[in-house]
Design a protein around this ligand. Structure first.
Ligand code: DAH
Length: 365
């Protein structure tokens, strides 16, 4: 809407532009306005304001409305311009009228602004509302690799029986891996441990047994340790072989230990690890570092015998090598494969599954 001032104060001012006293003077149309005329125009502006106010829906609408009424060239400014054409003695009354309207508009703009802001805030809160009663989205936190789980379980069982956990290097010397374990360079038993040689006299350890030597060389008896760790052999991968695998070595050296203690330790371990209901069988074997040596099998009643480890009484030659007196102490040791334990426990029939790391396999544990 525009308020047409062209009828005021006389003919001629036909363009719809804000009326200013200056312009009226310039155009020669300056004629004093009538008080009644201003009252009428003010009422018209008020009517217009009420219409405009009703249609406001956004802060932007509101700003447009403000400019239209209170802006430099807005209706109120136009009314004031008209006011200045009144004879001075009539201005006070008309000015009061316009001011009242201006104040009304200002006040209402302010409160509309408040209402719109509150509405916007309420909408924002509604949009951002969270429904805490909805079920959450479960993001799996992952789990330990089955070989790690089995290793930790084995460690737990032996630590509860009073064993310490020892470790040694994966890159070993020929001396610790073979010589000190009573396997001289030309010994045919070396065939069993197909090795990755790194350098003259250096290799990736083929078993965890060298840790026995390192521990015994570093302390006096009694010794009660287990040593879990990675081992390497030049095996071609198949269902039961992999060039990298894990063992847990056990060594107990003390006065008066016999094969019966070894049997007891293994029995406790099997019951803890596999659960009750297993039978155990020792059969003769050969390892250069134990005498006698044994292979240990377990089975459920009627089931097939499953080999779980190699074991034996520590050979006196090994004790002599590390400076222990074989007349003074005896001891036993065993080495078990972590992969083998995991395969038996979980019914996994291919060792390679542990190293392929397919999530569909790993997520089952
Ligand atoms: N080191 C042997 C291997 O890797 C396993 C073993 C057998 C360890 C008898 C022992 C033991 O400590 O007494 O095949």
């Amino acid at each position: 809407m525009r308020i047409h001032f062209k009828a005021l104060p006389g003919k001629g001012c036909s363009r719809e532009r804000p009326v200013t006293v200056d312009r009226l003077r310039r155009t020669g149309l300056y004629l004093p306005a009538m008080l009644g005329e201003i009252e009428r125009k003010t009422a018209e502006v008020r009517g217009e304001w009420e219409k405009g106010r009703a249609g406001v829906e956004s802060l932007q609408d509101l700003e447009e409305l403000r400019v239209r009424f209170l802006g430099k060239r807005g209706y109120i400014a136009q009314l004031f311009a008209l006011l200045r054409t009144l004879p001075p003695e009539k201005r006070a009354a008309a000015g009061k009228l316009i001011n009242t309207l201006r104040e009304q508009i200002e006040g209402e703009l302010e409160s509309l602004k408040g209402q719109l802001a509150a509405k916007a805030e309420a909408e924002r809160l509604k949009r951002e509302a969270h429904d805490f009663s909805l079920p959450g989205v479960w993001r799996g936190i992952g789990n330990l690799h089955p070989l790690t789980q089995v290793r930790l379980e084995i460690e737990r069982i032996f630590m509860e029986m009073g064993f310490d956990v020892a470790s040694g290097p994966e890159v070993e010397t020929d001396y610790y891996n073979f010589e000190a374990l009573n396997i001289p360079a030309d010994h045919p038993a070396r065939d069993e441990w197909d090795s990755f040689y790194i350098d003259e006299g250096l290799l990736l350890r083929t078993h965890t047994s060298p840790v026995q030597i390192r521990v015994m060389k570093s302390k006096k008896p009694p010794v009660r340790i287990i040593c879990p760790g990675r081992c390497y052999r030049r095996d071609n991968p198949d269902a039961t072989h992999f060039p990298v695998f894990h063992q847990v070595e056990l060594l107990w050296v003390e006065k008066g230990l016999t094969m019966a203690h070894l049997k007891w330790i293994i029995e406790v371990f099997v019951r803890e690890f596999f659960g009750p209901g297993y039978e155990m069988r020792f059969s003769a074997d050969f390892f250069p570092f134990t005498e006698p040596s044994a292979q240990v099998h377990i089975r459920r009643a009627g089931g097939p015998w499953l080999e779980i480890m190699g074991a034996g009484m520590v050979d006196p030659a090994v004790f002599e090598e590390v400076g222990y007196d074989p007349e003074e102490v005896t001891g036993f040791a065993f080495g078990l494969g972590i992969e083998r334990m995991a395969m038996l426990k979980y019914g996994v029939d291919d060792i390679r599954l542990f190293f392929q790391n397919h999530l569909r396999f790993l997520e089952q544990f």
